[in-house]
Design a protein around this ligand. Structure first.
Ligand code: PYC
Length: 315
């Protein structure tokens, strides 16, 4: 008889970017901190990651969030974010989706909650059932005006910054940041990413820069700037990207273009907006990112052991 495994999930979207929180049926990752559990996840249960977020159950934009019991009892939860190709240190839109999901499940109420991630503890405030502010891990610019030769585009200059993930932030380019130009945006940013890898341009400690962010003018008065964010698995972020907005705020403050405590409204490629502010603490920028999320499914994923694609389509 066919064996059926059930994975309980709650889906949400944050400014259009999906988050799938695994609430039951996940693998035993042990009792280490989130970085240690991430290593167990990656080494022993990577097929589970693929089963949850890849086609045919998921899609390239889907970010998974493995809900874990926290190590520190003062934390409301631990979480490991993952995507179509691997794992994320932190995820801003995912943390906003996680809080709205936990509220939907009746596990948290309005107020501030500490969440353990593989790159440190973040504090997130549920302001109202769909409205969340995330106090991210410290962000900073690692390198300013780095030039890289990009196939077909010549020299492209950008900043390397950390916002919980590594970003290459490009202000000077000739691209129109609209969905109508998605193909050229994907092509350009993917070629930048490949060029960075080829030239050995990395974040601190040789860490790979796996997100590329383009900036341009906003499409409405409701924002200060618009972005296009290429995520690691060749998907684009539908939201303004929480970690990317944190990296941007760190660069703006470093350049003296944004004051501490001044609001930066970051518009995404689809027109959704995050509000962010930054404050400098010990030379790093503590960014707070505010956005909205809505739950849109509560489901059991079914994994049938005789399904040849039970663990998803892997690239
Ligand atoms: O919101 O930080 C974020 C994020 C990272 C990748 C996709 N979204």
């Amino acid at each position: 008889m066919t064996n059926l495994h059930r994975i309980g999930v709650v889906d949400s979207h944050t400014g259009g970017e999906p988050t799938r929180v695994v609430v039951s049926g996940g693998p035993d990752l042990g009792h280490g901190d989130m970085a240690e559990r991430l290593a167990v996840f990656r080494d022993r249960f990577d097929t589970f990651r693929s089963a949850v977020v890849n086609e045919p159950r998921g899609n390239d934009a889907m970010v998974g969030a493995m809900l874990c019991a926290p190590v520190d009892p003062s934390c409301a939860a631990g979480v490991i974010f993952f995507n179509n190709v691997g794992y994320l240190g932190m995820c801003g839109h995912g943390t906003i989706g996680l809080l709205v999901t936990l509220a939907h499940l009746g596990r948290i109420g309005v107020g501030t909650h500490r969440i353990e991630t593989p790159v440190g503890v973040v504090a997130a405030t549920l302001n109202a059932p769909n409205d969340v502010t995330v106090r991210n891990v410290p962000s900073y610019r690692f390198a300013k005006s780095v030039a890289v030769d990009v196939e077909g585009f010549g020299t492209v200059t950008g900043d390397v910054a950390w916002g919980g993930n590594w970003f290459f932030l490009v202000n000077d380019h000739r691209h129109d940041l609209t969905l109508a130009h998605l193909d050229p945006l994907m092509d350009f940013t993917w070629k930048i990413r490949r060029a960075l890898n080829r030239r050995g341009i990395t974040g601190a400690g040789g860490q790979e820069i796996d997100h590329v962010e383009l900036f341009g003018p906003p499409s409405s008065l409701a924002a200060d700037g618009k972005n296009f964010v290429l995520c690691p698995g060749k998907a684009y972020d539908r939201s303004p990207c929480g970690t990317g907005t944190s990296a941007k705020i760190a660069c703006l403050i470093a350049d003296g273009k944004l004051a501490e405590g001044e609001i930066w409204r970051q518009e995404s490629i689809i027109g959704t907006v995050f509000e962010g502010v930054g404050r400098v603490v010990d030379g790093r920028v503590i960014a707070e990112i505010r956005g909205t999320a809505y739950v849109n499914a509560e489901a059991s994923l079914l994994v049938q052991d005789d399904d040849p694609l039970a663990m998803g389509i892997r690239g």
